[in-house]
Design a protein around this ligand. Sequence first.
Ligand SMILES: [Mg+2]
Length: 251
Amino acid sequence: MTYLFSEAGLASLHGFVDPATLYAFDLDGTLAPIAADPGGILVPDAIQKALARLKKRAVVAIITGRSRKDAQRHLGVVPQYLVGNHGAEGLPGWEQREKKFRRLADEWEKQLSRIIPDGENSGIVIENKGMSVSLHYRGASNRPASRFIALNAVDLLIPQPRVIGGKYVENLLPKEAPDKGTALLRLMDGAGCAKGFFVGDDRTDEDVFQLDGDRLFTVRVGTDKKSRARFFLRVQREIPLLLLHINDVLA
Ligand SMILES: [Mg+2]
């Protein structure tokens, strides 16, 4: 991974940015700093303004693990595309298949409430996001123990979901649902954008980072030796500067 604000990183960024690129961003930990209470995240003013500016010059997409409705509450700015549930919700043309994803999420929620009967003792919060289910254990007194309980419960689910871990969360997704990588490629096709730019910070973003090719420019917030992202930012606070660079090139 190359630091984006190194000489080489900035040269690549300036060489890549053009108005025919689709600019896609994760929400939590990327556009908004992580908050102790997930309901309390905020997209800082500077980022909202920069996104509004970017939207006038190019196609902007937000691809988040939250539901679309939940994400829009925190976003402020309304992007051209808003994809929720880690890629499973809001892709144009997927409306019929989304009904099946909803049924699966409801079924898993029901089964998990039976398998993990006492939410408070287990330290696990079950969140049905509509087309995926998240098992949160950020607030648990013993996080490794809660994670163990969560993963054991997931093993018992019928049908089995695709499981992607995150920061104190296990995300359960329909196996047939598009992931963030598929979502980005579909959006690029639909919008007629030859290239895609993406910034994320977590394990579900690796579905984008692992895509190959010169068509994509991938940035991870925070370093991780195992990540497939090409570039990294040191901290989330560097996002406004990144947007400034993009907007300046486009102007
Ligand atoms: Mg994130």
